[in-house]
Write a protein of this length. Structure first.
Length: 382
């Protein structure tokens, strides 16, 4: 369009009717009709207006063209999205898989500025979510020393609680980056498949399976490494996309693999690892609240070395509503008090969260204490 803007005259100056007719005659090889001249004049005028506006946006500095994604014309969006639909005929880009217009604008903005930014799954909106929950918003911005009020829109985060929602969000992001010609869809899909494969891995004994939050954390670290690669993110002269070769390679770094390893069952929420043994030679046993006790009890036998004496070194305190239960099971694994009281969403029943196992603290079966047992009454003190 920039060439069309300078076809007959410079933008901002009045076009000579005779010069425009001569140029049209040369282009068509015959005298243009009235209908031909109407279309040519309209195209020439719109090309000049578009060129002037683009120059203005690039001169204004920190305006909407630099700091904020600019709007994509509807015709351009439909044309490019139609080409993607025709090419990816095995993917139904409708409903939950159709990216929001704002997501397209963010990826195109990254390509224009050559600055890669992480788009978390909850920000990879669908078009349905954008239509339902987008709200108009006004923001104050300083441009060229003047204060201006900019119209915009705010979109709340989309829910990503299950592996299906995560896969749909990653598919929308893959389509958006393919739309911006930064990462091909096939590479993004293989990247997502490699991440989701960790959810199906069988954990070793004493460990819990890789969680969805670990996948999101690993994904965030991958994009942080990609951003360190520099600004060379556009298609090169040979037609290759640099990010295609880096995405899978970065995911396989051993630093990223640490985020995807299964976690130990009943590990402390603070991440502290307790080692060593108590005074009686028995190892410390973790308590959900972080309490440890290596004292002997007063069991039968000399100096309290009987069976009861050896077992009583485990901390036995439980909340009043769980009186009669135990803080650990028979193997010494901590039990989650929250699960036994009002419930805990950090793990499924029978599994373990950072606080402990999700089992009954009294009978050690897979159900909470509350609703299945009654707390014992505290014995009267003499």
């Amino acid at each position: 369009m920039s060439k069309m803007a300078f076809w007959v005259n410079q933008p901002g100056t009045a076009a000579d009717e005779a010069a425009l007719i001569r140029a049209a005659n040369t282009l068509l090889g015959q005298d243009p009709s009235v209908a031909d001249m109407t279309g040519i004049k309209m195209l020439h005028f719109e090309s000049q207006a578009f060129t002037l506006q683009s120059l203005k946006n690039s001169i204004d500095g920190p305006g909407s063209d630099v700091t904020q994604p600019k709007k994509i014309p509807l015709a351009e969006k439909e044309a490019r999205l139609g080409e993607i639909r025709a090419r990816l005929n095995g993917v139904d880009i409708r409903g939950p898989l159709e990216p929001a217009t704002a997501l397209f604008e963010h990826t195109v903005h990254q390509r224009e500025t050559k600055v890669l930014k992480y788009l978390p799954p909850e920000k990879c909106y669908s078009r349905e979510h954008e239509i339902k929950f987008a709200k108009p918003a006004r923001n104050l911005q300083i441009e060229g020393g003047t204060l201006s009020l900019k119209e915009g829109s705010s979109i709340p985060s989309e829910s990503v609680y299950t592996s299906l929602q995560f896969q749909q969000a990653m598919t929308r992001r893959a389509i958006a980056y393919d739309f911006a010609q930064l990462i091909s869809f096939d590479v993004s899909r293989r990247y997502c498949d490699k991440l989701l494969r960790h959810l199906d891995r069988e954990p070793p004994p004493g460990y819990t399976a890789t969680s969805l939050s670990q996948l999101i954390k690993a994904d965030q670290e991958v994009w942080a490494r990609l951003a360190e690669a520099g600004s060379n993110i556009r298609r090169d002269a040979a037609g290759n996309l640099p990010l295609d070769g880096l995405l899978i390679q970065t995911l396989e770094f051993y630093e990223i693999a640490f985020y995807l390893l299964p976690m130990m069952s009943g590990s402390s929420s603070s991440g502290t690892v307790y080692k060593g043994h108590g005074k009686d030679g028995y190892p410390y046993r973790p308590h959900p609240f972080g309490h440890y006790d290596d004292r002997k009890g007063k069991g039968k036998g000399k100096k309290g070395k009987g069976k009861k004496g050896r077992e009583s070194h485990v901390q036995s305190w439980v909340p009043p509503k769980l009186r009669g239960g135990k803080p650990v099971d028979n193997s010494g694994q901590p039990i989650c008090f929250n699960y036994n009281l009002e419930g805990c969403d950090a793990a499924k029943p029978g599994q373990a969260c950072p606080r402990g196992l999700h089992i009954c603290c009294k009978c050690f079966k897979v159900h909470p204490f509350t609703g299945n047992h009654e707390p014992e009454t505290k014995p009267a003190q003499n």
